[in-house]
Design a binder for this molecule. Sequence first.
Ligand SMILES: Nc1ncnc2c1ncn2[C@@H]1O[C@H](COP(=O)(O)OP(=O)(O)OP(=O)(O)O)[C@@H](O)[C@H]1O
Ligand SMILES: [Mg+2]
Length: 625
Amino acid sequence: MASRTSRDVLVRGLAVLGRAIREQPRIFAVAVSGSVLFGAMTVASAYVVGAVVGDVVVPAIERGEVGVGGLALAAVALFGISVLRVAGIFGRRLGAGYMQYRLQAAYRRRVTRRYLELPLSWHHRNATGTLLSNANSDVEAAWYPIAPLPFAVGTLVMLVGAVASLFATDWALALVGVAVFPALFALNVAYSRRMAPRQARAQRLRAEVSGIAHESFDGALVVKTMGREAQETDRFAARAGELRDSLVAVGRLRGVFDPLLEALPSLGTLAVLVVGAIRLQQGAISVAELISVAFLFTVLAFPVRAIGWVLAELPRSVAGWDRVRRVLDATGEMAYGDTALDVTDRPATLAFAGVRFGYEPAEAHLPGTEVLGEVSFTVPAGKTVALVGPTGSGKSTIAALAVRLVDPLAGTVCVDGVDVRRLTAASLAGTAALVAQVPFVFDDTVRANVTLDRPGIGDDDVWAALRLAEADGFVAALPDGLDTRVGERGTSLSGGQRQRLTLARALAGRPRLLVLDDATSAVDPRVEAAILAGLRSSAGQAGAPAASILVVAYRRATIALADEVVYLEQGRVLARGPHTELLATVPGYADLVTAYEQAEVDHAKDETYDEVAPLTSGLEIEVDR
Ligand SMILES: Nc1ncnc2c1ncn2[C@@H]1O[C@H](COP(=O)(O)OP(=O)(O)OP(=O)(O)O)[C@@H](O)[C@H]1O
Ligand SMILES: [Mg+2]
């Protein structure tokens, strides 16, 4: 089993290397040429040294005088060899570095691009820490063996040359080489075989450690306010300890094998001296030849290690590559269609017909639960529909379906009569905009957060969008106005300010369908109603977005502005109609709205809306409903 896995790792590792060579063939050729030049010169240097000692030094000692001509020739030869060796090292190092870093950069880009292509359902199943380590340490690990690879390939060529020259010199000495080199190779293979599981484990633990770290930084507010610093640190320390242990295990193995790999060529040199002395006595070889071969074993010891480096990195490379490939080969991205909607200024219609939806279970063997069952409703062009329902009833899911973040299991979601699955990416993005329940703000300027580099959105448009989102006031008061940087995730803004910034972002794209998922919950109720009223009344006005609106709402004042209310309970539409009608006829609805209203009143007493609360620190506590 162990040998099967190690062969498996070797085969798969070589396949990864093959892919690297196919991707960067020219740089690889440069690096290998440098390495082969180095190898040839290494073998040559052994023979020159042997010749110098045997033909110049020994006769000089015997005769008591130095042959100047021979010595000069040897010096020139050794100098020439050194220059070529230096050139070889330069070419190899440069080529290997280029190749390794180019591949890392290319695959980082591919992995992150894939993240953005993959559907939300995939992201729900994969932790952020894992994604970080896929794009970072896994990509690096996959291409680690690239650095010593050209050296190793050059060394293989050199070994063949060395063995050939050994046979040309003397068969008995050649046999020593034939015994030592394969033994060295076998030792390297045994090394990498034992290394494989340890490296894979270390790589997995690296991902987990970065996952925990990421979560604790991200949840710093919760951790601090709940006084969980010690527990959180312990949780991290435990996993970091496991990583340490697994890396120590790697180091221990290295400690055992490194000296062995070092010692074997020295034993070879010893064997050469013993066998060589006998052959010298027999008159089969000359002193020069014996010294050449002994020197050859000494200079070969180091390059042979390069083969070991590649083999030792292979398991880690395979583990990293498997994790990278899991991302690159992941499927489920939602292919866009090829139907483009006409470019108009008219508001769009949105129609849900018999839509069913269930999230994929976290683990494949668990059953998925149905979240929406047979949901049907329409948002007619230019109208505002409020989606009301208890928590967990499926409102955010409907919002995600409306802008095609996910696809329904059954039924259709149509915009302007076209199934959203048939729309092009540009049509979809240009028509519908979602303002999510949890606002996301980039660590950039206010302007960049609103425009997101979309073309054709000038400062006037940005201000118009900010005005509609009731955000122009606070932005104008910021020290650098539109150029103010808002900090990571908008930490320098209050919860309500962040929400209005993301609303302005959606409005700046002039969507014809606006989906607001509880997008103004942290805003003063009066301002929330004003925003919605502004959006409605501006529809159709020159320069203002003419959007149909689907709004997840809680507050009576906001709901009352809607043309129709869709009342949802446990993923099913229980009632549809004007607010006043539902209030009178649907008991559950009346209870819910009244309960929210009561909560509002209590809330208002606490005066915690950001409109009234002073903006004092970067550590804002989200106002909840
Ligand atoms: N990523 C997910 N994976 C699995 N189940 C999910 C996921 N997101 C939501 N759910 C489940 O789907 C149901 C509907 O969730 P949804 O977020 O649509 O509710 P909601 O009406 O928006 O609630 P709220 O008012 O709290 O925002 C819930 O039971 C929830 O547990
Ligand atoms: Mg929700």
